[in-house]
Write a protein that binds this ligand. Sequence first.
Ligand code: NAP
Length: 264
Amino acid sequence: MASSSSSPLPILKIGIVGFGPFAQFLAETMIKQGHSVTATSRSDYSHVCSQMGITFLREMKEFCEVGSDVLLLCPSILSFSEVLKSIPFNSLDKKTLFVDVLSVKEYPRDVLLHALPENFDVLCTHPMFGPESGKEDWKGLPLVFDRVRIRDEVLCRNFLWIFETEGCRMVEMSCREHDMLAGRSQFLTHTIGRILSEMEIESTHMDTKRFEAILQLKESTMKNSFDLYCGLFKHNKFAKQELDNLELAFHTVKRKLLERIEGK
Ligand code: NAP
């Protein structure tokens, strides 16, 4: 970790594992802030990385030997455990801080605490925004985090500063509380967006503002991978209940409507 003379930001060496759309989106800001970023991924992102000023290392061992301060884990939820298994921990700096950005939180916390040697600190985060909602700036957008196992407070604070300095709303909460709330807000939003897409709703020349909002929900949801949606369901234990609630609510509304029409 080094500090820059021109900026108050501590400069971090950040290694990104899984360089899909969300990782690329985060990396853009990290590079802008002056951090040194290295990436690895299942697919070859060497061209994208060279354009962004990022070193791409396909070989996991070589990537780990760079000596990153922070390992930022950005694979899909479904591949998280498998990706973590592919990391040779003994090739890393012993004080590396592990940070995940998965959209579910109890699952990566449990996997990390189970798989990681004791010496590594663990910070679980969920930036509650993405390439669409955060394309202009990150001002006021929530960064949820849980300091799961932190001994190096300075390093943890310096990492969180990346989001703070962009104006994010910093929300500290337990992984469990996150999943409980996100099961309702996030999983429900994705589910309704996907239902609207199945219905093939399209714009007309007489759209109302509310219909425009619905179209916007469909479009932004469908920009996320189906893997992400499956992960939200599979690894958030509160999601199944929300799906059942949605089904029940649909049938209740339909029943009330038909009862009124039929004069019951
Ligand atoms: P995603 O489809 O959830 O994940 C794509 C990433 O997963 C890519 O890096 C991909 O690697 C990797 N991956 C998928 N299957 C793999 C496998 N079998 N083995 C190894 N790697 C595999 O798309 P995303 O939107 O970029 O999301 C990444 C993470 O960020 C997810 O955990 C998601 O929950 C979280 N997140 C996303 C958003 C968002 O707005 N998109 C917001 C907050 C948090 P390759 O590309 O190399 O194949």
